[in-house]
Design a protein around this ligand. Structure first.
Ligand code: PEP
Length: 250
């Protein structure tokens, strides 16, 4: 059985005062039946870990460099994120692929570095609106999946997040049929590459305007093992009902 995962991506939001949201999440979910992960800005990783100490909420990073150390001003390695207390790193988010022109080969190198540091890589994939409208979604996903996921991936260190670019931060959500088609496709592709035992343990998250009002419908879709949530993860009052919907979907 795959343990469900509710992951929050705070993006470039959050100051120390917002750590109170993590304390509220820990209090609201003292013994959750699922995994809970919040990825705050890197500046908050260490204090967030301190705020969550002894609680269920785990802390992750939003990106890392592909190298463990070196002359890369302003960058952070997976090892540094681990040292600060992170247990996972999001790699290949569409905002990184777009705004920082990261290729799937870059994402693969970052995921490999994440694995080498002993952390879980949450590898993001997703088609643009133009690609979906041109009926290219599965081809795009197949290409991103094979190029972005390193051979070091296994059931314990890899989570795949399907995030249609057009649904991120837009208020638009993919339909259950659209989500199910892509998630079933990803599971089949992973199985062909890594075998049923490893692929069957890799968790597949949906991301794209997940809210308290649509979470239950999304979590009922086959091969959806949780969500990667942006805006609705910033406040405990919004994220708590999403966590509860995922617990109820087990
Ligand atoms: C995200 O940042 O990965 C995301 C899915 O954002 P939102 O939930 O705000 O659409």
């Amino acid at each position: 059985m795959r343990r469900k995962l509710a992951a929050g991506n705070w993006k470039m939001h959050g100051l120390r005062a917002d750590l109170a949201q993590l304390s509220a999440l820990n209090t609201a979910h003292p013994d959750p039946a699922i995994d809970i992960l919040i990825c705050p800005p890197a500046t908050l990783i260490a204090p967030a870990c301190a705020a969550c100490d002894g609680g269920a909420v785990q802390i992750g990073g939003q990106d890392c460099h592909a190298r463990a150390s070196g002359a890369f001003t302003g960058d952070l390695s997976a090892l540094m994120l681990k040292d600060a207390g992170a247990s996972a790193v999001i790699v290949g988010h569409s905002e990184r692929r777009d705004a920082h022109e990261e290729s799937s080969e870059d994402v693969r190198a970052k995921a490999k570095a994440t694995h080498a540091a002993g952390l879980v890589a949450i590898i993001c994939l997703g088609e643009s609106l133009a690609q979906r409208e041109a009926a290219n979604t599965l081809d795009i996903i197949a290409g991103q999946l094979s190029a972005s996921v390193p051979n070091s991936a296994d059931a314990t260190n890899t989570v795949i997040a399907y995030e249609p670019c057009w649904a991120i931060g837009s208020g638009l959500t993919a339909s259950p049929e659209q989500i199910g088609e892509v998630h079933d496709f990803i599971r089949a592709r992973l199985t062909a590459r890594f075998g049923a035992a490893q692929a069957g343990g890799m968790r597949l998250l949906y991301g794209g305007s997940v809210k308290p009002g649509n979470a239950a419908e999304i979590f009922a879709v086959s091969n959806v093992d949780g969500a990667l949530v942006g805006g609705a993860s910033l406040r405990a009052d919004d994220f708590t009902p999403i966590i509860s919907a995922l617990e109820a979907a087990r």
